[in-house]
Write a protein of this length. Structure first.
Length: 191
């Protein structure tokens, strides 16, 4: 009975982020996430709480989302401060805010796998990493494979489920290995 949309879980998401910072980044008990970067995916019903939570914690957040309507909703309600599909611009802005120890939430209109690939290829350190992709329903459309637009994903779900499932498997494999590569470089990943 407690689920009332993202506004109902902002507090728990905020506490989770802050405690990850305390446990893994040495943030003091009376501190916040100023100067720290958090990356995740999803701006839907549950995951949409992430940008507001990171702003309350005074951190810098980057959130990948393939469904442009979800980005528009979060931006229109003021829960996302910046929207872009340009990863160079996104990480440059995130670094600027990190260095100034100011907060911002940035929505990346694109796939989380592309974002993580960009970070690995450009040796960008992500301190805190999570993922709120609907991995409990990857073959039902809860996961959009790398290289497939949201609209193409929707079409494949009805017209070529076998191809869609194959693309999901390949993308999840790549996704997992990118997370592993970031963890090996010091990223704390949690779900």
């Amino acid at each position: 009975w407690m689920y009332i949309g993202p506004q109902g879980i902002v507090h728990g998401t905020f506490n989770t982020l802050l405690n990850a910072g305390r446990l893994k980044l040495g943030v003091p008990q009376d501190g916040d996430l100023r100067g720290h970067i958090f990356v995740s995916s999803g701006l839907g019903g549950m995951s949409g709480a992430q940008p507001k939570a990171v702003e309350i914690a005074n951190g810098v957040g980057i959130f990948a989302e393939v469904d442009e309507s979800r980005i528009k909703t979060r931006h229109d309600q003021g829960w996302v401060g910046m929207v872009s599909d340009n990863l160079e611009e996104i990480f440059r802005t995130a670094r600027e805010y990190q260095q100034k120890k100011e907060t911002i939430s940035i929505a990346y209109h694109g796939n989380i796998v592309d974002l993580l690939e960009y970070a690995v290829e450009n040796d960008i350190h992500i301190e805190l990493l999570s993922d709120q992709t609907s991995c409990h329903a990857v073959y039902e459309g809860g996961y959009c494979p790398q290289g497939v637009t949201f609209e193409e994903r929707t079409r494949l779900l009805t017209e070529d489920r076998d191809k869609f499932n194959d693309l999901v498997d390949k993308s999840l494999h790549r996704h997992f290995h990118l997370i592993q590569a970031l963890v090996e470089k010091g990223t704390y990943f949690f779900d």
